[in-house]
Write a protein that binds this ligand. Structure first.
Ligand code: BES
Ligand code: ZN
Length: 959
């Protein structure tokens, strides 16, 4: 199991039941023929660059000097079992003195003879006299070695006195010690305050390539092994790792060693080690998995919700995927300092506190949705990622795309009334489609050939485009084939690795069993067009008397953009598209696979005869029902006008997803110059009637876009007036009384109140300040609905003075509910008092008011306010180096910082200043800043080009 050299082994085993030998032989032959036919009938060359081939080639490189050494490990040695012991020293008052020590023993299989051992180790000090290399089972047969560090690649190299011989197993042992990482990755120190003193804990974050900072290992996802972990702690602490403790061993000086049971075969990046003093709540799933939810004592009462949803979702995924969760326990823990949102370590999922803790009275429905989604996402990884792992980071969408899609299935199972499957398109899919309309992103699968490229793969393309094309497959395969095909894919690669071709293969096989012959030939043919090239198409649907004609073309937000040529398209930017349509004559939004009109890469257009027969002048048609397809739809102007007319007269004839799609498509087609902007603007006219948050979100995105486009022009005051009027209308319908509202109504009200107050609707501001006054008069009883607190508090601070600010600040200090603290912190940053904002900017790293992990987010929050925008941008510019050394710890944060900056940059001069800075920052170079730059430029150009259209629309409204 788990042999990477056996990756391509697919399914034929001859049993020793000789009676069946012949039959099996025939089946095997047929299977082989089928595989050959499958691959040879494809007209498209299989361009999935297979990096495992690259690995084999690397073997010859291992003697090269450090600078030339390939960053991939040679595969002459393959680890089978690790024994790792780690002892964090996190006791006493001075955290500067803290460190950890450890010992690792790795059993390796020698696959080709070698005179050096190369493994990952970063920022660790190896105790040289503890290194021992010996033939497995032979204690006195040791090989001498000398140690070298290759810091560029994060390797240590043991030069051997004699050859390790292919076919033998060896034990490689060494002791090491290290300082806790300052970047919240590897093994790092987290802390919280209790009774005015700091309490420390040691915890890990290994994805993508940080296990090497905690212990020497073969730190690549495909190099799976078993791990026997021992964590050593003081007796007043506890420790946690991926599996259960098998025994505790008392050592001198109140030290206790917790010995963990051996893990299944797994990748290094999902290991986790924690030493802390936390408490838990627990229960068992219906299939008897022990489920525990851990947090520091002060907030452990906020763990039951995550526990409840986690238990249900784990069992649901077991049923759906028809594979049991392989570990005996599943822990989740809320870690005070945490870089990402959450991390799917097998059996020990780590979370940011706000993403796991839920207070039934003090946390909002929005927070509940966030917690449910993130728990669900991480649990989906137990299959997609942990059990079956992408062979390399270029296929990380097989992890993140599936987790991002399955998170919705999981939450939908627990809260069917939340419409989670609908919510996927708006905002998530729409957001991904924006990023994916640039020439500067990457295909879903990308060739990853250096370490610094790895982090940049964790973006909306892998997550959301990945999830969107999975959703599209579910539509065109049908639920049955999709589900069974995935079960087949997972079963074929249990405890092993996979590539996207393996996925197509399993889904294709299932289609064959389900007698769905079209897809046996075509699943790879279809899906490679979505995975191996950037961007997506627009399908233009025009009417020719009673016929409809569908034509595809590549959609780009900026049609003049010059493709940097980093990724070539193997298909000339044509896609195999599962198109659908419906007409007002024959409304059909519940379509299935059999209704699909396939548009292939070879045909320029598809004609559907008599699609519109019997129609009259006012009839309209819509393409891409329920927006199952990952593409845009464009029409001749008269059809857009009819669709808008329909929205105005009775929008409910069109389901919320397609209403959102109309808004999103027409606006983006206007931005790219494919549709007149004046048409796009008119989609906003029906909004006061809209109650569904899905189309509302699509519209709010565009309203904010419009604000940025006009804010520096003389249209700004008219625009503000028009928006204030429009959003007030909607606000008056909803108000701020949320009593008795369910989840979806609450989410709608929350959004409407926020938009209305942001756009300074007088009614909204008045309502918020009134209720805030009541709160100040009686501070022990908060009268503000928990779901509206973010906006109400922000509005009260923004429109209030020092008194309001101080009141909330006291509340902030007194609160120990992470989600409440979060809301209060951002409300404080809404202040219009420039002195307060400047104070924050100056003290952002040193103030206790803002946890380290949120510092960048706080600066960006300030930059989003009108008054704080320039000071925040100035602060970032003026402290660029400081920000990079002290604030921005990870690529994750670098990415957030960049996209945040580009969102608020307005003029070409502003953009230029930052582009110049970013280009000159070596650390920043590993991130792709081009998409942000491209988006800012596009918005600027669009607003200039469309000044007159916008003016026309505004003046009409302001009559
Ligand atoms: N595997 C990721 C976390 C991660 C990503 C760690 C990149 C290191 C590098 C995890 O499953 C994840 O996707 N977390 C998200 C939250 C999720 C619910 C979308 C995150 O951290 O933002
Ligand atoms: Zn994930």
């Amino acid at each position: 199991m788990g042999n990477i050299s056996d990756l391509r082994k697919r399914g034929c085993f001859v049993t020793n039941l000789t009676g069946f030998l012949l039959v099996i032989l025939v089946i095997c032959l047929l299977a082989v023929v089928a595989v050959i036919v499958y691959f040879t009938t494809l007209d498209i060359k299989c361009s999935s660059s297979n990096e495992s081939n690259g690995k084999v080639a690397n073997k010859t490189l291992h003697k090269a000097p450090s600078v030339d050494r390939n960053f991939r490990l040679p595969l002459n040695l393959y680890p089978t079992v690790y024994e790792v012991e780690i002892q964090p020293y996190i006791y006493g008052d001075n955290s500067e003195d803290f460190f950890f020590s450890g010992h690792v023993g790795i059993e390796v299989e020698c696959r080709s003879s070698t005179n050096e051992i190369i493994l990952h180790s970063k920022m660790l000090h190896i105790t040289e006299n503890t290194i021992e290399i010996r033939l497995s089972g032979r204690h006195n047969d040791t090989i001498n070695s000398t140690l070298e560090y290759d810091t560029d690649n994060g390797f240590i190299i043991l030069k051997l006195s004699r050859l390790m011989v292919a076919g033998n197993r060896y034990i490689v042992e060494m002791g090491f010690d290290g300082h806790f990482s300052e970047d919240l990755d590897g093994l790092y120190l987290s802390s919280y305050v209790r009774d005015n003193s700091t309490v420390y804990l040691a915890t890990t974050q290994f994805e993508a390539i940080h296990a090497r900072k905690a212990f020497p290992c073969f730190d690549e996802p495909a190099i799976k092994a078993k791990f026997i972990i021992t964590l050593v702690r003081k007796n007043h602490m506890i420790s946690l790792s991926n599996t259960r403790i098998v025994y505790r061993e008392n050592r001198t000086d109140n030290w206790v060693a917790d010995h963990y049971e051996e893990t299944p075969l797994m990748s290094t990046y999902i290991l986790a080690f924690i030493v802390c003093d936390f408490q838990y709540t627990s229960d068992v799933t219906k299939n008897n998995v022990l489920f525990r939810s851990w947090a520091r004592n002060e907030v452990v009462d906020q763990t039951p919700y995550s526990l409840k949803v986690g238990i249900k979702i784990l069992a649901y995924f077991e049923d759906y995927l028809n594979i049991s969760f392989p570990l005996a326990k599943s822990d989740m823990i809320a870690v005070p300092d945490f870089q990402a949102g959450a991390m799917e370590n097998w059996g020990l999922i780590t979370y940011r506190e706000t993403n796991m803790l839920f207070h039934p009275l003090e946390s909002s429905e929005f927070r509940k949705e966030v917690v449910a989604n993130i728990v669900s996402h991480e649990l989906a990884h137990m299959w997609f990622g942990n059990l079956v792992t992408p062979e390399w980071w270029g296929d990380i969408w097989l992890n993140e795309g599936f987790a991002s899609y399955f998170e919705h299935l999981g939450v939908d199972h627990v809260h069917p009334d939340w419409n989670m499957l609908e919510e996927f398109t708006s905002p998530e899919m729409h957001r991904a489609m924006t990023m994916d309309s640039l020439v500067s992103k990457h295909p879903v699968y990308a060739h990853v050939s250096e370490n610094r490229q790895i982090q940049s793969m964790f973006d909306d393309i892998s997550y959301i485009k990945g999830a969107s094309i999975i959703r599209m497959m579910r539509f065109f395969l049908g639920e049955h084939t999709f589900k069974r095909g995935l079960q087949r894919y997972l079963k074929n690669h249990l405890y092993d690795v996979a590539t996207h071709d393996d996925l197509w293969y399993s889904l294709g096989n299932q289609s064959k069993i389900d007698r769905n012959p079209k897809f046996i030939q075509n699943i790879k043919h279809i899906m490679d067009t979505w995975v191996m090239q950037m961007n997506y198409p627009t399908v233009f649907i025009k009417r020719d008397r009673d016929k409809l004609i569908l034509t595809q073309s590549r959609y780009l937000l900026d049609t003049e953009a010059v493709d940097p040529g980093k990724y070539e398209s193997p298909f000339g930017y044509k896609w195999v598209i599962p198109a659908t349509f419906t007409t007002s004559l024959n409304l059909r939004f519940n379509q299935t696979a059999k209704d699909i009109i396939w548009i292939d890469i070879y045909t320029s257009d598809v004609t559907i005869s008599s699609a519109m027969s019997g129609s009259s002048a006012n009839d309209w048609y819509i393409g891409n029902v329920m927006q199952y397809g990952y593409f845009r739809v464009n029409y001749p102007e008269e059809n857009w006008i009819r669709l808008i007319q329909q929205l105005k007269t009775d929008h409910t004839l069109i389901p919320p997803i397609n209403r959102a799609q109309i808004i999103n498509d027409v606006w983006n087609l206007a931005k790219s110059g494919d549709v007149n902007t004046y048409i796009a603007l008119q989609t906003l006219d029906y909004l006061p009637k809209e109650d569904n948050v899905i189309p509302l979100r699509a519209a709010w995105t565009e309203i904010n876009y419009l604000r940025e486009a006009v804010i520096e022009t003389d249209l700004n005051s008219t625009f503000s007036k028009v928006m204030r009027k429009m959003l007030s209308k909607q606000f008056n319908k909803y108000g701020i009384d949320n009593t008795g509202a369910g989840h979806t109504e609450t989410m709608t009200r929350r959004g409407i109140v926020r938009m209305a107050c942001d756009y300074e609707s007088e009614e909204c501001i008045q309502n918020c300040t009134d209720i805030f006054k009541k709160y100040m008069e009686n501070p022990n009883e908060n009268p503000i609905d928990v779901n509206l607190r973010g906006t109400v508090l922000c509005t009260a601070v923004r429109n209030g003075g020092f008194k309001e600010y101080e009141f909330l600040k006291r509340k902030y200090k007194a609160s120990d509910i992470p989600s409440e603290k979060y809301t209060l912190r951002y409300a404080l940053l809404c202040s219009k008092d420039i002195k307060i904002l400047r104070w924050y900017l100056k003290n952002i790293l040193h103030t206790e008011d803002i946890p380290k992990e949120d510092a960048v987010k706080a600066v960006l929050h300030i930059s989003k306010t009108e008054i704080g925008r320039l000071p925040a941008l100035e602060f970032i510019r003026g402290n660029w180096n400081f920000i990079f050394k002290r604030l921005v710890k990870s690529a994750h944060e670098q990415h957030n910082l960049l996209s945040g900056i580009y969102k608020v940059l307005r003029t070409a001069a502003e953009i230029e200043k930052f582009a110049y800075l970013i280009k000159d920052s070596p650390k920043m170079m590993k991130l792709n800043h081009k998409p942000g730059l491209e988006l800012s430029n596009i918005r600027n150009k669009w607003s200039k080009r469309n000044y007159h259209n916008i003016k026309k629309w505004l003046l009409e409204k302001n009559l």
